[in-house]
Ligand binder design. Structure first.
Ligand code: ZN
Length: 426
């Protein structure tokens, strides 16, 4: 089953270490895993994202902790219970595994009304499926390992999926950002693809959303993208990913952003004919066209709650530490001279020109106005380096990948699609 993809759901706040155990366990079995940490963002609400990502998965693991979880505005159920309902609608019962934390007598971390909702949810899980319970981390690990092993052995056509690369940075401590981490990344066999086959299947699904007249061409673009990535050494690809995944200085899950990268590169290959991943100078990590006609900087957020201004200020800070950045500052030139393509950022304070104009209700988009609004917002509280103005950022041009992907429903003729992609990225 090369496209087996497991969604790990569950309450967030109290539950990271338990979900981490499920994640580790599944990765040890070489399953592709989707978690709420590596959702793509922008354009959709958290609720819609969650549903969308679930529908892409074939298997579902739910780990419920001691809390009922966050209840989205306008809903009476928590996102966790909603997610469970969506999973029941789109995933076969045999492909679901439910685990929950068993409270000991008198133990309670929730306020009373949420505790009642949590109890009702657990009763429901008992009625509708056969959940397994755990009491502490050791017990949790044993329960997960046992249940998921049995589950995996029963999968009729399960095949091991190669790991993404042989040399991802692996750390064992949890980062404050709540990124899921795998402690079990293994070396890929020599000559193995840097791109797991199951991820390629997901991108092929994306390609099929385009007009049939360009399917063959887009599939061929995808194959060339994979070939080109595989011509890199694992170290080179890892270096690129470290410049591509935001925040830049922490560990991201092995698969985080790979599908999104393949989707973007497939479209860019289709529009420009050629491209090159380039060693980053902070302003560019991708050259488009055989002559390097256009340079861009592509960045994927590992956390769907991050807004674009945070990434822009971080890039500005990094660039100002370089010689070329200092030179640009002295000469009053742009600090981010190349087009930025931003993926998986939340749509609040979007800096994408297309989105800004589309959502602006007739008010034309202004990059610096959005930055200004952001700095006045509560989101900017922990953001001290913004005080030194937006100088050098005025000419920055951003396109989000939602807009890039939307080309599939905006154009159907080959040349139209090419023109549209070029329009958004050059
Ligand atoms: Zn956009």
């Amino acid at each position: 089953m090369p496209d087996m993809r497991v969604f790990i759901g569950g309450t967030y706040k109290d539950n990271l270490s338990y979900r981490q155990k499920a994640y580790d366990c599944l990765r040890r079995k070489h399953a592709a895993v989707s978690t709420m940490e590596d959702f793509e963002a922008s354009g959709r609400t958290v609720r819609d994202h969650c549903k969308y990502k679930l529908e892409e998965c074939t298997h579902y693991v739910l780990v419920v902790g001691q809390r009922y979880g966050w209840i989205p505005d306008g809903e009476t159920q928590s996102i966790t219970e909603l997610e469970y309902e969506w999973a029941r609608a789109c995933i076969e019962p045999g492909n679901m595994q439910i685990f929950f934390y068993e409270l000991v007598e008198g133990e309670r971390v929730e306020a009373l009304d949420n505790q009642q909702k949590l109890d009702a949810f657990k009763d429901r899980l008992y009625r509708e499926c056969s959940p397994r319970t755990f009491r502490n981390e050791d017990n949790c690990e044993a329960v997960l390992e046992r249940s998921l092993s049995v589950w995996f052995d029963r999968q009729p056509t399960a095949v091991a999926v190669p790991q993404t690369t042989s040399s991802y940075q692996v750390t064992s401590t949890h980062q404050a950002t709540g990124m899921m981490q795998s402690g079990v990344v293994q070396a890929a066999p020599v000559g193995a693809s840097l791109i797991p086959a199951n991820l390629v299947t997901l991108v092929q699904g994306f390609v099929r959303l385009f007009s049939p007249s360009v399917h063959a061409e887009l599939q061929s673009s995808l194959q060339q993208v994979i070939q080109k990535i595989n011509s890199m050494t694992p170290k080179e690809f890892e270096d690129f990913l470290n410049q591509y995944r935001f925040p830049f200085n922490i560990y991201h899950t092995t698969d985080a952003g790979i599908v999104e990268l393949l989707e973007a590169l497939t479209l860019l290959h289709f529009a420009y004919g050629d491209w090159e991943l380039v060693p980053s100078d902070n302003t560019a990590n991708l050259a488009l066209g055989s002559q390097g006609d256009s340079w861009i900087r592509i960045v994927h957020s590992g956390n769907r709650y991050v807004s674009m201004p945070k990434a822009i200020f971080e890039l500005r800070k990094r660039i100002l530490k370089t010689k070329s950045g200092q030179k640009a500052k002295q000469e009053g030139g742009p600090l981010l001279p190349n087009r930025l393509i931003l993926d998986n950022f939340i749509s609040d304070y979007t800096l994408c020109e297309e989105c800004g104009n589309r959502l602006g209700g007739g008010i034309s988009f202004s990059f610096t106005d959005v930055l200004e609004d952001f700095t006045q917002s509560p989101d900017a509280r922990d953001f001290t380096q913004m005080n030194d103005s937006f100088e050098g950022l005025e000419k920055t041009r951003v396109c989000c990948t939602e807009c890039l992907r939307r080309v599939k429903s905006e154009a159907s003729m080959e040349q139209q699609i090419r023109d549209r992609i070029r329009g958004l990225t050059s």
